[in-house]
Design a protein around this ligand. Structure first.
Ligand code: NAD
Ligand code: USQ
Length: 390
C-alpha cells in the first residue's frame, strides 16, 4: 500500500512510519517540522535525543533496507504543494497526525489559541479539499481524540464509538436515529478535533471520501520494536508542562525524584494507550477502510482507563516518590467516570498492551538514561485555562 504519513516526524507519526514501512508499505512522510520549532521557542527538548529527520530516515534505510520518503510541507498553508504531492504520490491511504496536539499549549495565549485553530482546522480542510481536487480515492485516517466527547455527561454509560443512538418523540411515534456524539471539548486544542469531525462528515457525504477517525486516548511509553533498533531511531519523549502527558511525566518525574504533579484531587479519569498499540491500531485501520459513501468510521483507540491519582499512587509506591497535589491550571471536572467502548479494534484483532510494572520500568529506564538532559524548571504546567480578570 502507498501510505502518506502527515506529521510523520512526531511522537506518534515516527514510530507509525517505521511500523508501516517494516510491514512492507511504501511510506512518504510529510511534515513541516513545526513541533521541533515549538520546542526551540519553548526552550525545551525531548528527554530522548531525537536525530534530525534526514538522519532518522537514513538510519532506517541502513538497518531495514527500506526507503521512506520525505516532503517538507506545511499542510495548513501550502495547499498547492500539498495537491501536487498528493497527485504525484497518489496514496492509497493518508494517515493524518499533522496537528498542534497539546491542550496546555493551545491555552497558553491568544496567539497559541489562534495558531492551533488555524493550523489544525485549515490543515484538515486542505487535505480533504485536495483529495477531492486530485480525483483520488484515498482513505484518510485521522488521529482524533477521546476529548471530543468531554468527560462525565454519560455517567456510567459507555461512550460509544463516535455515534449515539437517540430517540425523538414525534406525533407519528418514536423516531430513532444515530447522530454524531455531541461534542464537549475541554480546550481549544480539543475543540479543533470536534471541528475536524464535521469536516470529515461533510466530505464523506458530499464527495464520498473514505474516512476513519480514531478517537485516541493519552499515549504513553516511547519505544516500539522499530525505534529500538538503533539509537538514532529513538522516539520523542515530552516531559515539559505544555507537551508532556500525564503518565510519561510521572514516570520521568519519579526518575529524578521530583514530586508527582497531580492536578487537584487527581480524580480525573482518562483513557490511555501504549505507543506500541497506537502503531498497531493504525495499521489495522489502514487494512480495513470504509466504503465510499459510508459515513466516517470512528474507532475509540484506547485500551485502559485510569484515574490520575491512581497512576500517581502506583508510581509513588514503586519508586518511593512523593505526590504533590497542585492547584489545577485547567478548567475541568475534579472527578469523572469514564467507561469507553472499544470493541471494534478488539474485533479486528488488537491484543491490548496493558499497564504493567515491567512496562512502567521500561519507560523509567529511558527516563533514567537521559536524566542529565532534564531541565526541571520546565516541568511545572504554567498554561492556565482562565486568565484572572483585572
Ligand atoms: P506531535 O506534535 O509529536 O506530532 C505532530 C507532527 O505534525 C509534528 O512532527 C509536527 O511538526 C507536524 N505538523 C503539525 N502541524 C503541521 C502542518 N501544518 N503541516 C505539516 N506538519 C505539521 O504529536 P503526536 O503526539 O505525535 O500526535 C499526533 C496526532 O495524534 C495529533 O493529531 C494528536 O492530536 C493525536 N493524538 C495524540 C495523542 C498523544 O497522547 N500524543 C493522543 C491522542 C491523539
Ligand atoms: N495532569 C495532571 N498532572 C500533570 C499533567 C496532567 O494531573 O502533570 C492531568 C490533567 O489535568 C488532565 C489529565 O492529567 O486531567 C490528562 O492530561 P494530559 O496532559 O496527559 O492529556 P491531555 O491534555 O488530555 O492531552 C493528551 C494529548 C492530546 C490527546 C489527549 C487524549 O496531549 O494530544 O488528544 O491526551 S484525551 O485526553 O483522551 O483527549
Amino acid at each position: 500500500m502507498k501510505i502518506m504519513v502527515l506529521g510523520g516526524d512526531g511522537f506518534c507519526g515516527w514510530p507509525t512510519s517505521l511500523h508501516l514501512s517494516e510491514a512492507g508499505h511504501e511510506v512518504l512522510i510529510v511534515d513541516n517540522l513545526s513541533r521541533r520549532q515549538i520546542d526551540v521557542l519553548l526552550e525545551v527538548e525531548s528527554l530522548t535525543p531525537i536525530a534530525p529527520l534526514s538522519e532518522r530516515i537514513a538510519t532506517w534505510a541502513q538497518v531495514s533496507g527500506r526507503t521512506i520518503g520525505f516532503e517538507l510541507l506545511d499542510i495548513a498553508h501550502d495547499y498547492d504543494r500539498l495537491l501536487q504531492v498528493l497527485k504525484e504520490f497518489a496514496p492509497d491511504t493518508v494517515v493524518h497526525f499533522a496537528e498542534q496536539r497539546a491542550a496546555p499549549y493551545s491555552m497558553k495565549s491568544p496567539k497559541t489559541k489562534r495558531y492551533t485553530v488555524d493550523n489544525n482546522v485549515s490543515g484538515t480542510h486542505n487535505l480533504m479539499c485536495a483529495i477531492v481536487e486530485a480525483g483520488l480515492d484515498t482513505h484518510v485516517i485521522h488521529l482524533g481524540t477521546m476529548g471530543v466527547y468531554g468527560y462525565g455527561w454519560s455517567g456510567t454509560a459507555p461512550i460509544p464509538e463516535g455515534y449515539l443512538e437517540v430517540r425523538v418523540d414525534t406525533p407519528e411515534g418514536d423516531l430513532a436515529r444515530e447522530i454524531l456524539h455531541p461534542a464537549n471539548p475541554g480546550s481549544v486544542y480539543h475543540m479543533t478535533k470536534t471541528l475536524d469531525q464535521l469536516i470529515f462528515a461533510f466530505y464523506a457525504k458530499n464527495d464520498g471520501v473514505r474516512v476513519t477517525d480514531l478517537h485516541q486516548g493519552i499515549v504513553w511509553g516511547t519505544q516500539t520494536p522499530q525505534t529500538q533498533r538503533h539509537p538514532r531511531l529513538i522516539n520523542r519523549f515530552d516531559y515539559d508542562g505544555d507537551y508532556g502527558t500525564v503518565l510519561n511525566r510521572f514516570l520521568m518525574q519519579a526518575a529524578i525524584g521530583y514530586p508527582l504533579t497531580v492536578h487537584g484531587s487527581g480524580g480525573q479519569t482518562r483513557a490511555f494507550i501504549h505507543i506500541r498499540d497506537t502503531v498497531r491500531c493504525i495499521e489495522l485501520a489502514c487494512l480495513n477502510p470504509p466504503r465510499s459513501g459510508d459515513r466516517p468510521t470512528i474507532f475509540n483507540q484506547v485500551t485502559e482507563t485510569f484515574r490520575v491519582i491512581d497512576l500517581a499512587k502506583l508510581i509513588a509506591d514503586i519508586t518511593d516518590t512523593p505526590i504533590e497535589h497542585l492547584e489545577n491550571p485547567r478548567v475541568e471536572a475534579d472527578e469523572n467516570d469514564l467507561i469507553v467502548e472499544n470493541r471494534q479494534f478488539l474485533e479486528l484483532g488488537l491484543e491490548p498492551t496493558t499497564l504493567s510494572q515491567g512496562l512502567l520500568e521500561e519507560v523509567q529506564e529511558i527516563a533514567r538514561k537521559f536524566v542529565e538532559r532534564v531541565d526541571a524548571s520546565k516541568i511545572p504546567a504554567s498554561s492556565k485555562w482562565r486568565v484572572a480578570k483585572p
